[in-house]
Ligand binder design. Structure first.
Ligand SMILES: [Mg+2]
Ligand SMILES: [Zn+2]
Length: 191
């Protein structure tokens, strides 16, 4: 039977929003991230990062450096016993400087492509899953893929929460990832 997942935006959700992360010392994990991920995994949720990385298309970083960022993030979470199962990223951008990434793709959020790919490859059930992010594009991505959605007020959420677009609604708007995981566990135990 397919498993539920906690789908996560990266910047502004797991780690502080610092613009394009092009140096490892820009990675700043929120103090609650490790505990939130451990709780989710203990409850049987796969933990999957869903991230737009147009910095690759723009030539700011390359895919090898992105892997390095994610290895560093894993290394910082490991001592507290937290783990991310998999990272899915979109390297594309319609106006990309680097031609191989110049594309109007389905995987760039708010498109649902990355969540759909994760569900296929990891046998995850979107209907029992939650997408958490600090921007409305994260919420729209989850909604398009059929997950529940939470906007967090960390990162861009501090201002985006107050200006919801007309066509997107989150199931909940909460302060941070820890509150989001609490909501997810309460909601899933009821169903
Ligand atoms: Mg974000
Ligand atoms: Zn893409």
């Amino acid at each position: 039977m397919s498993r539920p997942a906690l789908f996560l935006d990266r910047d502004g959700t797991l780690i502080e929003e610092r613009g394009y992360i092009d140096r490892l010392d820009l990675i700043a994990v929120y103090p609650w991230t490790g505990d939130a991920l451990r709780l989710a995994r203990r409850a049987g949720f796969a933990v999957v990062v869903i991230t737009n990385q147009s910095a690759i298309a723009r030539g700011i970083i390359d895919e090898a450096f992105l892997q390095q960022v994610h290895r560093e993030l894993d290394a910082r979470l490991a001592p507290g016993g937290a783990r991310i199962d998999r990272y899915y990223y979109c390297p594309h951008f319609p106006d990309a400087r680097i031609e191989q990434y110049r594309r109007d793709c389905r995987c760039r959020k708010p498109g649902p492509g990355l969540i759909e790919e994760a569900c296929r490859e990891m046998d995850l059930d979107p209907a029992r899953s939650v997408m958490v992010g600090d921007r409305w594009i994260d919420v729209a991505c989850g909604a398009a893929a059929g997950t529940k959605t939470i906007l967090v007020r960390s990162g861009h959420g501090a201002h985006e929460a107050d200006v919801p677009p007309a066509d997107v609604r989150a199931d909940a708007i909460l302060n941070n990832l820890m509150e989001a995981v609490g909501w997810m566990l309460r909601t899933s135990s009821r169903s």
